[in-house]
Design a protein around this ligand. Structure first.
Ligand code: SF4
Length: 446
């Protein structure tokens, strides 16, 4: 019997990319391939790319070279956002054999079978992004304790700095019955926590919705989806990966506060604490709404974890603008920040805007907000010291240890008890370590 060919995957970017790589991996397995670790030699390497920053592009090129060092005869396939945005640029990378766009990536098996290791440019199959109008479901399994479940894709918003709509197409969603089916399937695999993921998941049910062979269900919105998911047996925790502030309605906040399985963790991109920048970014809210969301969440769930994304150095951001943004964020009762240095992306309105901020100032502003983020995270963790919270235990990279997150996203560390891995246990939160992780001990009776 012929030795099954092997395939290895490398994923860059977001939870959505991880869910899609995992789904594509299962398609290869069903076709008889052996899925192997990327650090091993393989017949085929599939690299799922991101394109949020220049760095992401550079990283893709590094990964291609790594793959070819492992097996110079391997076929190298590049998919994902960078592949949709700059297919020719990738095809020119020596050793790349196939570049697939957003609409083609799930049909990778149709292409690799006939792929030959041709010298010179790689084959490009990347149609216009509008062809990516079908919702293809996906979930991650196997590489983590938690599963990333894709419920929505694409975006209809037009934020002036963002290339995601060009890379992933218009907003489209799964149906509630199909998401429930996937969630039950994941529960059957023994997973305890599902992280709902997408591009603009609060827009669930709003965008175009075409999935293979199913009748569209226009009326179901995000609030309906999470209401239905809260009844799924076997999954102990659902986490909303990220939600736009204008879509994080009072109804959703009240639902999470009262729900049995949705954890008190809200990651809401703010992008700037200054309304002048929010207008130039073409965001669909002003900072006052953001502050209202935070106040509502904290009123109903004082222990809730709130994370925000913020961009520094957006064109036209003066020192005064930045300091106003900084002060606004400092006053917000949030738990951590993800700070991004603005980088010009081709074919975005912001890249044409005047008032480019010198890179050294962008870096300095990033440094200031990163320090603020650390202060906020430590204060949030310290406020829970001595409290009892439930933790989903996972393997730790440290020998003899295990780690995990509480429901409100506090990272803890504990001595390894193999039998507790992938279980949810009450722990008492102890000291906050210099590395920003909390010590913990099993709560009595755990
Ligand atoms: S909401 Fe804005 S930033 Fe987010 S994916 Fe859509 S266009 Fe990009």
């Amino acid at each position: 019997m012929a030795t099954p060919r092997t395939v290895a995957f490398y994923t860059l970017g977001c939870k959505l990319n991880y869910s899609e790589t995992s789904a594509i991996g299962r398609r290869f397995e069903q076709a008889g391939y052996g899925v192997t670790d990327f650090r091993q030699p393989a017949d085929i390497y599939v690299i799922n790319t991101c394109s949020v920053t220049d760095f992401a592009d550079r990283k893709c090129r590094q990964v291609v070279r790594k793959a070819l060092r492992r097996n110079p005869d391997a076929k190298v396939v590049v998919i994902g956002c960078y592949a949709q945005l700059k297919p020719q640029e990738i095809a020119d990378i020596p050793g790349v054999d196939l570049v697939l766009g957003a609409a083609e990536k799930f049909r990778v098996l149709d292409y690799v079978e006939d792929l030959s290791k041709a010298p010179g440019k790689g084959l490009v199959e990347a149609g216009a992004v509008r062809q990516a109008s079908t919702f293809v479901d996906a979930f991650s399994f196997g590489d983590r304790t938690r599963s990333f479940l894709k419920v929505q894709d694409g975006c209809n918003y037009k934020c002036t700095f963002c290339t995601i709509p060009q890379a992933r197409g218009g907003s489209r969603s799964d149906t509630v019955p199909h998401v429930l089916e996937n969630a039950r399937h994941i529960a059957g695999l023994g997973v305890k926590e599902i992280v709902l993921t997408g591009v603009n998941i609060g827009d669930f049910g709003n965008g175009t919705e075409v999935i293979e062979g199913s009748r569209p269900q226009k009326e179901a919105l995000f609030i309906d989806l999470i209401g239905a998911l809260d009844e799924v047996k076997g999954i102990e925790r659902f986490r909303i990966s990220s939600i736009e502030p204008n879509l994080c309605t009072d109804a959703i906040i009240e639902f999470v506060a009262a729900s049995r399985r949705f954890v008190p963790h809200f990651h809401m991109p703010l992008q700037s604490g200054n309304n002048k920048q929010l207008a130039q970014m073409r965001r669909r809210y002003r900072r006052e709404l953001y502050a209202e969301r935070v106040a509502k969440i904290k009123a109903l769930m004082p222990h809730a974890c709130i994370g925000l994304d913020v961009i520094v150095g957006f064109p036209g951001e003066t020192e005064a603008d930045f300091l106003e943004s900084y002060r606004f964020i400092r006053e917000l009762d949030v738990s951590y920040l993800h700070v991004f240095t603005y980088s010009e992306r081709p074919n975005t309105p912001a890249a044409e805007m005047e008032g480019a901020v010198p890179m050294h100032l962008r870096r300095e502003r990033n440094r200031m907000l990163t320090i603020l983020s650390d202060k906020k995270k430590r204060a949030f963790y310290a406020a829970h010291q001595g409290q009892e919270r439930k933790v989903l235990f996972e393997h730790s990279r440290e020998a003899g240890r295990m780690s995990g997150f509480t429901d409100n996203y506090i990272k803890i560390d504990a001595p390894l008890k193999p039998g507790l891995i992938n279980t949810i246990q009450p722990v008492r939160l102890g000291a906050l370590r210099p590395d920003g992780v909390m010590e913990s001990e099993m709560a009595v009776g755990a």
